[in-house]
Design a protein around this ligand. Structure first.
Ligand code: IMP
Ligand code: MG
Length: 237
């Protein structure tokens, strides 16, 4: 089943949600700002709910979908032990909620991947900065990530894991960005929600390592056009 945030009932619910919106300078304005007053005001709001422009997926919808995903994954493995490889740091909240709903025996491993986000065709391959740990051969491996954007992270990780003689390899992301400009993204076995091509934070996803603790997936003020998320800075995910 496909879930697309913004198109279904959950999206309507998101639109209806009201927030304590505080007048703040947008992020892009902040970056180039010469106005010290608004800059200070923005700093005060960094990491807080005051800088949220819009909720894309409310926490209540995430909880429902995570429960469904757990059922889909449990049914797929039919009681077999699995090894979840969670991509730090964005998938931590998702991992914590999902793993407690999975019924089969499972092992957890974490990997850390850093990449230069979105540098067109010359982009370097993502670097695995916390390597795979332990012997994966013969194991049923499920890679878990927060969001599929370009797909480079997942592809790099799958390539690495596939070399380890695993019994099976499947992938799961909470969010899959709609990127009609990219035709060769890796297929993902389990997807929580489809979202638009814009930079989102919350439920583990960050901007500058902030906002991970927001219970909802949100768009920040000044990030509504999807450009700021692909600004070419190195990011530890
Ligand atoms: P990909 O390699 O382009 O698919 O990027 C995947 C990684 O980039 C994710 O695991 C995230 O850590 C990060 N990322 C991509 N889009 C977003 C976003 O909208 N918000 C926060 N992090 C993102
Ligand atoms: Mg990530």
């Amino acid at each position: 089943m496909q879930y697309v945030a913004g198109n279904d009932r959950m999206g309507e619910e998101a639109k209806g949600t009201s927030f304590a919106c505080v007048q703040a300078s947008p992020c892009r304005a902040f970056m180039s700002s010469v106005d010290k007053t608004s800059r200070r005001r923005f700093d005060n709001l960094r990491g807080g709910r005051g800088n949220i422009a819009r909720v894309v997926v409310p926490g209540s919808a995430i909880a429902r979908r995570v429960a469904e995903l757990a059922e889909e994954i449990s049914a797929c493995y039919d009681g077999r032990e699995i090894t979840i490889l969670a991509v730090l740091t964005g998938s931590l909240v998702f991992l914590a909620d999902l793993m407690r709903r999975l019924t089969m025996p499972l092992r957890i491993g974490v990997v850390s991947v850093s990449s230069y986000v979105g540098r067109a065709a010359t982009a370097e391959a993502p670097r695995i900065t916390i390597p795979l740990d332990g012997d994966l051969s013969g194991r049923d491996v499920l890679i878990l990530d927060d969001i599929l954007d370009s797909g480079r992270t997942l592809r790099a990780l799958c390539d690495l894991v596939e070399k380890q003689n695993v019994a099976s390899l499947k992938t799961c992301v909470l969010l899959r960005k709609n990127r009609p400009d990219l035709s060769d993204r890796p297929a993902v076995d389990f997807v929580g929600f489809g979202v638009g091509d814009e930079f989102v934070v919350g439920y583990g996803l960050d901007y500058d390592n902030l906002y991970r603790n927001l219970p909802d997936v949100c768009v920040l003020k000044g990030f509504a056009d999807g450009v700021a998320g692909r600004c070419g800075r190195e990011e530890v995910q």
